[in-house]
Write a protein that binds this ligand. Structure first.
Ligand code: GDP
Ligand code: PGA
Ligand code: MN
Length: 610
């Protein structure tokens, strides 16, 4: 027991779950915190923790009238995004991590991590956060427990997941398996040492052990690295669970679309980080009679239902959205949810009246701000006021347009799946796939220019299969195979139709060819009308694109959109694309599914026959 005598709280642990108690003891012994706190998830606890964070300077309380019960946090400038270079999948065999992941032998990595975590919580409180991803009353609830030395993480996890006593009680009562998710800022305090506003460590490690389903995250306080229920569990670890259990964990939004005839459709869409998931999920349609409601904006768990239909749920309880570009003009639904308060903003700018601002929030730029690094800012400043990856963290039930089906553990039956990326050229506004496996091919060759959501250069084109490149917890070829095989288990008639979309194509003058945002409803309408056999399409080598007149352009401001440019399939661009796809597929070696190799051959033949 050693130093644990200093930790009387452990004796009063609110659980009898032997595995959990043993793990908490082990971690406490390793990390040497001053205190242990079992998070109950209550309002009182949240008030106390956020008060402490305000006193410590980590949180700034916002003007209660503008943003009730909301706070702003400002990170270390070197801790603003996910760190893909430092993210590892440590499977027993290197082959199982595949070429898309960083890998190290588990024993070697554990030894390294034990060294880093040794004493890493000295001078701090160790918080134990019981959580569930998805519904607590799901048939097979997916539990986790995050141990962290960051109160900011506790307050953020409270928004993003269901946490606290009711979860712990169910873990205890059912002696459930939980994913142990260990997080430390890696910034221990010596006695008397003053804390900094955003403790973190220059050495960052985001590590997953897929076989034992555990997570160790060291050195970062940023959302995607530190809120371990999100990308680490609900995508990387869950993708491995899903492979083993026959379902899918995907980087997708889910929306409900109601037609003027009151017919309901559910659509999911996979776009890489900062490529439009949150915006599409909260879309405000510009076409008469069509209604969008939200089920999820980032993560989707899908499984085959009893009748062979593909059902989808959102395992999260909050939005962790990119702030810049989210505005009253482009995304009023998100703005209304945010304005209800109960939110934590990270790396946005502060207005002089105690509110927040970021590029794109309002058309009018405030005359004076405090930028995300604490400097005085005016519109003449040469740097953006908010960091490009600044975020809002807001409870999902503050969305007025939240679909009631969000609350159903069974989820919804999908009619369509969209794959999309950020491409200046080549990829048309929308393309319908020929078949399921042709759609999987589209997903597997998805490509996008990199964004500020991950550390590294922005604007570099990379392949991002199903928008899951940084999130597949196992071999990428095996993952694609899992997608291909899913159709065999489904009712073929009820399989969703797959579409490739691109809101980001540019015209010769550099502007966006398509207005995007609310006008993306026109593309959703076309997709649904394709499914219903009502919209015309032109068959091209890459799939079906809208025939002239088939996209509803009623009321569209055509001076700002270049629809023909947006939907064009250019043979020269596609010759270059084909070469790039072949190079990408070459990286998979033997693990590329045969069905996808023949899809590539088919595309090659069709392009040659043009
Ligand atoms: P997510 O990270 O995938 O959820 O992406 P977001 O929905 O937060 O959007 C990321 C960025 O892309 C924001 O700056 C948005 O303003 C911008 N964006 C989203 N949808 C569109 C669109 O349809 N057209 C254009 N041009 N930009 C968009
Ligand atoms: P997102 O990712 O941009 O897909 O919302 C969140 C993150 O970077 O962790
Ligand atoms: Mn998002």
């Amino acid at each position: 027991m050693g130093d644990l005598a200093r930790l009387p709280l452990l004796e009063k642990a609110p659980t009898t779950h032997a595995g959990l108690l043993a793990w908490v003891e082990e971690v406490a012994e390793l990390t040497q915190p001053d205190r242990i706190h079992w998070v109950d998830g209550s309002e009182e606890e949240n008030t106390r923790l956020t008060d402490e964070l305000v006193a410590a300077g980590t949180l700034t309380r916002l003007n209660e009238k503008l943003f009730p019960k909301s706070f702003a946090a400002f990170s270390d400038p070197a801790d603003v995004a996910r760190v893909e270079e430092q993210t590892f999948i440590c499977s027993e065999n290197e082959r199982d991590a595949g070429f898309t992941n960083n890998w190290m032998a588990p024993a070697e990595m554990k030894a390294k991590l034990r060294g880093l975590f040794s004493g890493s919580m000295r001078g701090r409180t160790m918080y134990v956060i019981p959580f569930v991803m998805g519904h607590l009353d799901a048939e097979d609830p997916k539990f986790g427990v995050e141990i962290t030395d960051s109160a900011y993480v506790v307050a953020s996890m409270r928004i993003m997941a269901t946490i606290g006593t009711e979860v712990l009680d169910k873990i205890t009562a059912t002696n459930a398996f939980f994913v142990p998710a260990l997080h430390s800022l890696g910034a221990p305090l010596a006695p008397g040492q003053a804390d900094v506003v955003w403790p973190c460590n220059p050495d960052k490690w985001i590590v997953h052990f897929p076989e034992e389903r555990s997570i160790w995250s060291f050195g970062s306080g940023y959302g995607g690295n530190a809120l371990l229920g999100k990308k680490c569990y609900a995508l990387r670890i869950a993708s491995v669970m899903a492979r083993d259990e026959g379902w899918l964990a995907e980087h997708m939004l889910i929306l409900k679309l109601t037609s003027p005839e009151q017919k309901k459709y559910y659509i999911s869409a996979a776009f890489p980080s900062a490529c439009g998931k949150t915006n599409l999920a909260l879309l405000d349609p510009t076409i008469e009679g069509w209604k969008v409601e939200t089920l999820g904006d980032d993560i989707t768990w899908m499984r085959i239902g009893k009748e062979g239909e593909l059902r989808a749920t959102n395992p999260e309880a909050g939005l962790f959205g990119v702030a810049p570009g989210t505005g009253w003009g482009t995304n009023p639904n998100a703005m209304r949810a945010i304005a209800k308060g109960h939110s934590i903003f990270t790396n946005v700018a502060l207005t002089d009246d105690g509110g927040v601002w970021w590029e794109g929030m309002t058309e009018e730029v405030p005359a004076h701000l405090t930028d995300w690094q604490g400097n005085s800012w005016t519109p003449d400043s040469d740097k953006p006021a908010a960091h490009p990856n600044s975020r809002f963290c807001t409870p999902i039930d503050q969305i007025d347009m939240l679909a009631e089906e969000y609350f159903s553990p069974d989820g919804v039956e999908l009619s369509a799946i969209l794959f999309g990326g950020r491409r200046k050229t080549t990829v048309p506004l929308v393309t319908q796939s020929r078949t399921w496996s042709n759609g999987v091919f589209m997903g597997s060759t998805l490509s996008s220019e990199t964004t500020a959501a991950a550390a590294g250069q922005v604007g570099v084109l990379r392949r991002d299969p199903m928008a899951m490149l940084p999130f597949i917890g196992y071999d990428a070829g095996d993952y694609l195979n899992h997608w291909v095989n899913l159709s065999a288990k489904a009712n073929q008639e009820r399989l969703p139709k797959i579409f490739l979309v691109n809101w980001f194509r540019r015209t010769a003058d550099g502007g966006f060819a398509w207005p995007g945002f609310g006008d993306n409803a026109r593309v959703l309408k076309w997709a649904i009308e394709r499914i219903e056999g009502k919209a015309d399409a032109v068959e091209t080598p890459i799939g079906y694109v809208p025939a002239a007149g088939s996209l509803d352009l009623t009321g569209l401001d055509l001076t700002h959109s270049h629809v023909e440019d947006a939907v064009r399939v250019d043979p020269e661009e596609w010759a270059a694309e084909l070469a790039s796809i072949e190079e990408w597929y070459g990286k998979f070696g033997d693990s590329l599914p045969a069905a996808l190799r023949s899809e590539l051959e088919g595309l090659k033949e069709r392009l040659a026959a043009q």
